[in-house]
Design a protein around this ligand. Structure first.
Ligand code: SMG
Ligand code: MG
Length: 369
């Protein structure tokens, strides 16, 4: 396929409710939507950078710069027949994995559509439905959290993840376990603690948690190995895993027993599949993380999560958990068994609603060969 045209859009979508984590509070989500056109096919991708470098060091502005000045000029006008070709063209540029993943995902969609196969099939997916859960932000009080979790359980989510932060941790777990003794429950600290906080996590060992996500620093692997040795509950790494090499180091050092995979964080679907396969070979389960994507990114996430070693429920919730209206059709809905259906149509398998995309676009730039 010859890449004839690429368009990037900075989008801003209002969340249905504020999302508070140890990093701060978000009330809207800013991402970059990438569109690639070639040989009559159109591919869509979502670059999951945010406004500020809080979760990741990348931002909307850094990704815009890297896409516009380095990654897009590399592929525009070229003939790309496999995603590997595009990855090779960008490989000399270091870092900027979210920017790379945004462009890579649009190319995957375009190439899958040109071949008339679903992205799930193209990535090696084996399942028609994937197990999902919901990620619940920090609430004002433990009572408010219990109420919010109760609402999500009513809606059918069977796995709950809560955010924790220093001083807002064990009391939340305790309150939830009292009310819901049997639910699948896990916590995410987003790097807010230090090794000296080991007692907080030791206390969590009594509450039958599925896992503790990213307790320590966002690039650390070594201290996590020290912490994991002191805990019964599995640690899951998110922020610390950027590459297959990081995953290898983490498993060799026994820093975690589970890995969260987000294509944006690791530079795209190709690296995600490599990490998935490596973890499978070591009997380490993986699950799909979330970056509050619109339906465009979500469609790709569901496709990736259909691979066989994504055995734990993902942070892939229904469109309406995030946005009043999504920018795709059909919207993503939760099945009654807490799963999401994997699209089977070519590529990411959804239609982008152009009028809605237009309404959430704050800046747009077009590149032609
Ligand atoms: O997409 O449902 C979602 C959000 C899941 O908690 C979630 N993501 O660290 O795992 C994580 C966070 C990263 C984004 S918070 C701004
Ligand atoms: Mg996380």
């Amino acid at each position: 396929m010859r890449i004839e045209r690429i368009e990037i859009r900075h989008t801003k979508m209002e969340l249905v409710s504020a999302f508070e984590t140890s990093m701060g509070v978000e009330t809207y989500e800013e991402h970059i939507i990438v569109r690639v056109d070639g040989d009559g096919a159109t591919g869509w991708g979502e670059c999951v950078v945010e406004e500020a470098p809080l979760y990741s060091s990348e931002t909307v502005q850094t990704a815009w710069h890297v896409l516009r000045d380095f990654l897009i000029p590399g592929v525009l006008g070229r003939k790309i027949s496999r995603v590997d070709d595009a990855i090779a063209l960008g490989a000399k540029f270091r870092g900027h994995r979210m920017a790379k993943a945004g462009l890579e995902s649009a190319l995957w969609d375009a190439l899958a559509k040109a071949k008339s196969v679903s992205l799930s099939k193209m990535l090696g997916g084996t399942r028609e439905r994937v197990p999902v859960g919901v990620s619940v932000g920090l609430q004002a009080t433990p009572e408010a959290l219990v109420k919010k979790v109760g609402q999500y359980l009513e809606e059918g989510y069977r796995r709950i993840k809560i955010k924790i932060a220093p001083g807002r941790d064990i009391a939340l777990v305790k309150a939830l376990r009292k009310e819901f003794p049997k639910i699948l429950l896990q916590v995410d600290a987003n790097s807010a603690y230090e090794l000296s906080d080991v007692d907080v996590f030791r206390a969590m060992d009594d509450y039958d948690l599925l896992l503790i996500e990213q307790p320590l620093s966002y690039e650390d692997i070594y201290d996590h190995s020290k912490l994991q040795r002191k805990l019964k509950t599995p640690i899951c790494l998110d922020e610390s895993i950027h590459t297959l090499a990081d995953a290898r180091a983490a498993l060799e050092l026994e820093s975690c027993r589970v890995i969260n995979i987000k294509p944006g964080r690791v530079g795209g679907f190709m690296e995600s599949v490599a990490i998935h396969d490596y973890c499978a070979s070591r009997n380490i389960p993986v699950w799909h993380g979330g970056m509050l994507e619109s339906g465009i990114g979500r469609a790709g996430n569901v496709a990736l999560a259909s691979l066989p070693n994504f055995t734990l429920p993902g942070d892939i919730s229904a469109s309406k958990r995030y946005y009043k209206e999504d920018i795709v059709e059909p919207e993503f809905v939760l099945n009654s068994d807490s799963t999401m259906t994997v699209p089977t149509r070519p590529g990411i398998g959804i239609e982008v609603l152009m009028d809605r995309l237009e309404r959430v676009t704050v800046r747009r730039e077009e590149f032609k060969s």
